[in-house]
Design a protein around this ligand. Sequence first.
Ligand code: AMP
Ligand code: MN
Ligand code: MN
Ligand code: MN
Length: 276
Amino acid sequence: MIRYDLHCHSTRSDGLLTPAEVVRRAAERGVKVLALTDHDELAGLPEAREAARELGVAFVEGAELSVTWQGETIHVVGLGIDEGNAELVEGLEAVRSSRDARARRIGAALAEAGVADAFEGALAHVTSERLISRTHFARHLIDSGHARDMHDAFRRFLTAGKPGYVPHAWATLSQVVGWIRASGGQAVLAHPGRYKISASELRALLGAFRDLGGDAIEVVSSSHTPRQYTEFATLARAFGLKASCGTDFHGPGESRIDFGELPALPAGVDPVWSAW
Ligand code: AMP
Ligand code: MN
Ligand code: MN
Ligand code: MN
């Protein structure tokens, strides 16, 4: 197994465990280097850092930032960021603040599809007053019997073209890579295998990301199949990008791969941590 896990979530965004619980679970499962990467949010970092210090885990300050690139939602993980950097903090505040109005629009869209009071239902699952996400709607859809599980909730209600999906403009790729780099961090394109884009669009994205100052892409991720590990290792090398890995853990029972279960990076890639 690999000792690095550079992508996971806590109750400060859409995870089910507190930052300290996340670190404890990772430590118990053999992770030695951990980044907490809550969506558009840095507030969990002090608690996680303190827990990591107590448990002897090397901690990496992180966040997963929401981007709209050519109409598609893309996620960029920042690693080794400075959570006191004003540019990053203000950028994330702006991104987070747009989530409330979006959530109300999701609630209204679901009401039209026959799911009453979804906004209130999602709010009951929110664990940080600073952040509401589709994950909270998905948990409500499961609770209220409208969906079997997370996969079902997203597939039938919350993804593009489905009744509870509303278009949204996140930050631009250029802004987000800029904020991460301004704060001294490395920018990592998250789970590239998840985006519903063509092979040529993916190449355009990788080129644009690298040209803006992007450092790495996630190669090993719970969103990828073993075949995609190889595919993205090849693309990382071809584009001169480093390789990262992370479970994208959200909570027990909700995540396909738990801490400590990630396979090693394929041979021949330059790990994102090679200069740490
Ligand atoms: P948001 O940032 O509000 O659009 O929510 C995005 C989050 O929804 C992701 O970070 C995942 O945690 C979750 N998500 C998106 N698609 C799926 C899916 N197909 N199955 C399970 N969770 C998903
Ligand atoms: Mn999430
Ligand atoms: Mn993501
Ligand atoms: Mn994530």
